[in-house]
Design a protein around this ligand. Sequence first.
Ligand SMILES: Nc1nc2c(ncn2[C@@H]2O[C@H](COP(=O)(O)OP(=O)(O)OP(=O)(O)O)[C@@H](O)[C@H]2O)c(=O)[nH]1
Ligand SMILES: [Mg+2]
Ligand SMILES: [Zn+2]
Length: 351
Amino acid sequence: MTDVQNIERLRRIGWRGEHLPSGDLRLARVVAQHRTGYELHDGEQAFSAQPAGHFLKRGLDPSERPAVGDFVEVEAGKPPHIVRVLPRRTVLSRAAAGERYERQLIAANIDYVLVLTGLDGDFNPARIERYLSLTEDSGAQPVVLLSKLDTRDDAEELLAALRARLPDGTPIHAINGKEAASAELLTKYLQLGDSAVLVGSSGAGKSTLTNTLLGVDKMATNTVRLHDSRGRHTTTHRALLQLPSGGCLIDTPGMRELKLTGEENLDLFADIEALAEQCRFADCGHGSEPGCAVQAALDSGELTPERWRNYLKLRDEREDQAATLEARLRRQRGGRPIDRPHSPRGKRERE
Ligand SMILES: Nc1nc2c(ncn2[C@@H]2O[C@H](COP(=O)(O)OP(=O)(O)OP(=O)(O)O)[C@@H](O)[C@H]2O)c(=O)[nH]1
Ligand SMILES: [Mg+2]
Ligand SMILES: [Zn+2]
């Protein structure tokens, strides 16, 4: 096959490059990861593969292992082996649950992060902000999706409140994920070469929407609990699927915990950080200090108490995580000071 033919074939699995890496290894994309190995696709066919030995070394940063969405080089054999992960264009990650600081990859090489929330009991603007904070460092563009539009009459009000709260220019769409005609507007994010990942809590309707966009019921779905709209953690593995519109979509399991990694910028709250810069005292605690711009904005209603609290919560969490990350990196480098690649902006820098 010529390079052009190869690139055309790889486009179907989201290859964006104009060139292929040199060498004669087979190029494929990770579409799923199981306990027993990886499922790959080369644009023409799916096949199973094992990670090469060096990926299994103890102490290896988990983010260096192949993850769903990665383009990998594969050595032929029975079974084939993944020998190299190509540099990632974008990557969405979170801090893994639990005490130990570990970054967990959600998806690699994605163009859009579709943050899905149900317009039922799942609806929670603070959680949407948390998801948006996580996407900030990913390199991918966030799109806020609200599902279950068909279940409520006051959706317009919720949408207006959310629009006012999120930064201008954040795309927000409300849809009925069960209806192809309603989900159709999302195909603009899912054209040939595009990759998107769907994230949101269990029961939000990620797999339902995936099936609708696919045109077939491939992913299992399940009803939510009536009293609190919670899902039942039906999807247990991330899966990358090729859609009829030409793009690739990664369905993910609903996340129980969404910890920041410490590398977020919290650009989402740039307006609040700008406000805080206007306080009379540089070290203003935004309590009862005279000349506090934050208190003034809270008094005038320009800033809602809920959003202020959510900002503080995320900021403190980011600071904690950043400190843990820094300590860990320092330990790894034998105590030498480190240059963190993404130093969080905002309050830290003024200190
Ligand atoms: N009425 C209505 N129901 C929906 C919509 N989207 C999803 N549902 C229902 O919500 C329930 C949960 O949907 P799933 O697609 O399984 O949710 P999920 O986000 O994949 O959940 P996990 O796999 O557990 O993370 C199912 O009963 C769906 O039929 C929608 O737009 N409208
Ligand atoms: Mg699901
Ligand atoms: Zn202040």
